[in-house]
Design a protein around this ligand. Structure first.
Ligand code: 4AD
Ligand code: MG
Length: 430
């Protein structure tokens, strides 16, 4: 029976054939242990000299790393392996011999591994991270479908900057300036007026000059937008969504979390409701913690966020930021015009902001005023104003950065390992 590693539990004590690559091997005079991978998982194949022909045993001993082969053998339960099964090999058929695979079991530097990302993805650790990423994507679709959202795809080529003009990717094709999308939000607001509760999931681009463990040039964002929903109600959706992600990874990725040596107790604690503190309180807190030079009205940097996050073992919402440091579309607090109805969700363990969200300005006059303040006049934004002209309603939404979330849930230090082919400052290869 031809099968894959992730399905072997259905074939205990039966003979199966698996197309695989050799990840690693150990052998002595009488036995060879083949660490096999087929993309769906990892399994050990045991080749006993006395159980196979001399030719097969010699082939097993001479196999090189990343050679491809068909392996035939009997599936047996193996309580010593975290995977739970191994293969007692009866036959091997070499498909292709790999010569001098560059990534050997010894340690390599990050730049070397990044240059070989097309091969590095085959490693056990990278495999585990990508499987967790996939699980978070699946959980996202499940959660928003369950909550009655419609998936809507905003354009990637846009004429309007959503998040300020300093980090835009310019393209040359249209008569007017066109950019790669920084955020689908403005289009998702139009979609919410047509479909009520919507979410998008797609690539976004920021020509960031930052070289930090949290910044990518190209990253994927989930952007829900909800008509007739207040900022408070949006926070509840956000915390339920993040809890759902954690639960779904814990339920479906135990082996991957083990591979990554992730402290799962930290993930078990992710239960809504999450703590909330206002920007004002956060500034006071930081001053007490020794950040004496922070002034009200300044944005927080990574050290500030980390200091705040350290007082909680849950993600924490920082709410009501000063209007002056947030995007033009955010709705002012009716009780205090200098702050906006917004929140950033800060992940624990130093992973920083994973969600940015807010209520949106729904008043036409106020939006026009913001256009002037931000010099956004022009044809590119005309349609966005019209959403405030024809049946404007209160609405709110948010954006969750997929890679930062994967980094946090997987417990990996840097976002570059959480996307298959990262685009960073100075990296376009492979
Ligand atoms: O806070 P941001 O810039 O918010 C928006 O773009 C809103 N328009 C979203 C919305 O309300 N629909 O970005 C949202 C999230 C951040 O919290 C962060 O997780 C992620 O996107 N993010 C990045 N991730 C990796 N690399 C970067 N350069 C990122 N910039 C933002
Ligand atoms: Mg933000």
């Amino acid at each position: 029976m031809k099968t894959t590693i992730n399905r072997v539990s259905a074939y205990v004590d039966q003979e199966v054939t698996i197309g695989a690559w050799l990840n690693n091997k150990r052998s002595s005079g009488k036995i060879a242990f083949l660490q096999l991978r087929d993309g769906t998982g990892f399994i050990q194949g045991v080749v006993v000299k006395s159980a196979v022909s001399e030719e097969i045993f010699q082939l097993a001993k001479s196999l090189t790393q990343e050679s491809s082969l068909y392996v035939t053998g009997t599936v047996v339960e193996d309580s010593r392996s975290p995977f739970g099964y191994e293969l007692q090999v009866s036959h091997l058929e070499l498909i292709h011999e790999a010569v001098d695979y560059p990534i050997t079991p010894k340690d390599h530097g990050t730049e070397f591994l990044m240059d070989h990302r097309h091969l590095w993805l085959r490693s056990k650790k990278q495999h585990a991270i990508m499987k967790i990423r996939d699980q978070i994507i699946q959980a996202t679709y499940q959660f928003f479908q369950r909550e009655g959202f419609t998936k809507i795809d905003p354009p990637i080529l846009t004429g309007a900057a959503a998040e300020g003009t300093t980090e835009l990717f310019h393209t040359q094709y249209f008569e007017e300036e066109a950019y790669l999308s920084q955020s689908g939000q403005l289009y998702m607001e139009a979609a919410a007026m047509a479909f009520n509760r919507v979410f998008s999931f797609g690539p976004t681009f920021r020509a960031e000059k930052s070289k930090t463990r949290r910044h990518l040039i190209e990253f994927w964002m989930i952007e829900p937008e909800m008509a007739f929903v207040t900022h408070e109600e949006s926070l509840v959706i956000q915390e339920q969504y993040v809890q759902y992600i954690a639960e779904s990874v814990l339920a479906n990725c135990q082996l991957e979390l083990l591979t990554l040596e992730r402290d799962t107790a930290a993930l078990e604690k992710i239960k809504a409701p999450f703590p909330r503190i206002s920007y004002d309180e956060a500034v006071e807190f930081l001053k007490e913690k020794g950040f004496t030079d922070i002034e009200w009205g300044e944005d927080f940097g990574a050290p500030h966020e980390t200091a705040i996050a350290e007082s909680y073992d849950q993600p924490v919402f920082i709410t009501h930021y000063p209007k002056s440091i947030k995007a033009f579309y955010m709705k002012p607090d009716p009780e205090r015009e200098d702050v906006v109805l917004c929140a950033d969700l800060i992940a624990p363990e130093g992973y920083g902001e994973i969600i940015g969200g807010s209520a949106r300005i729904d008043d036409l006059d106020l939006m026009e005023q913001r256009y002037q303040e931000h010099q956004l006049s022009g044809d590119a934004y005309e349609w966005y104003l019209e959403l405030r002209k024809y049946g404007s309603v209160p609405h709110a939404g948010f954006g969750l950065g997929l890679e930062r979330t994967v980094a946090w849930i997987s417990g990996v230090e840097h976002v570059r390992e959480t996307i298959p082919f990262p685009r960073l400052l100075n990296r376009l290869y492979p």
